[in-house]
Ligand binder design. Sequence first.
Ligand SMILES: [Zn+2]
Length: 286
Amino acid sequence: MPELPEVEALAGYLRQRAVGRRVDRLEVAAISALKTYDPAPTAVAGRAVVDARRHGKFLDVLVEGDLHLVVHLARAGWLHYREAFPATTPLRPGKGPIAVRVRLDDGSGFDLTEAGTQKKLAAYLVGDPAAVPGVAKLGPDALAADLPTFTERLRSRRGQVKGVLTDQAVLSGIGNAYSDEILHAAKLSPFAITDRLSDAELAALHAATRQVLGDAVERSLGQRAAELKGEKRSGLKVHARTGLPCPVCGDTVREVSFADSSLQYCPTCQTGGKPLADRRLSRLVR
Ligand SMILES: [Zn+2]
């Protein structure tokens, strides 16, 4: 799933490539992906793209006249920029992974695609991004939050730090992959309870958040949109590396699995060398 760094990079790419161009047509192939009906998709035709922004993990393409195409890419969604489209015939609804296509006046444009059978990609055409329910409830941006804000937000929600860090209402932008990386960099157990974290642990977590997300944004920004792949990130130390050696200490990266997700961590770096029990099997180790 694309998280803050990937969405930031997509917005950066659109700022370079799409801003200043006029929209020829907004085509919706997957009717269920477009969550709004007023204004209609035809409302953006002929208007120039004026900016591309990010709200947490939401991408916001702003066109003249204060219209926002706000997109949540969900687990398997992505944006593909095309220098040209194969044909001028409109998309056929319900065929293939393309949910939404935006054609620009220079013949280029982008497709919002979603792989797999679970269709969760959501697009909204709105006059104000706050009209999107997921955007309205976002907490402060994870990369922009200063230490006092970060500390206040983490302490506002009692729970396992992995779950609190990925709660978009607490802080926005962090998902499953980067929370694994941040907790590893901060040397904290994913199951540590937030209101028991010391000031020093929260300061380490804040520093790790900035470092991990900042580095990932930098790596992503240098790449073209076509080369950015949410699921093929580089530079990860523990996420999706179960069984491989931790690049910091050499211990074996371990995993805890849940019904529809899993987390990865390094016992030596994060849990005093003790493996975490799988929640489903036994009492968990903190
Ligand atoms: Zn380690």
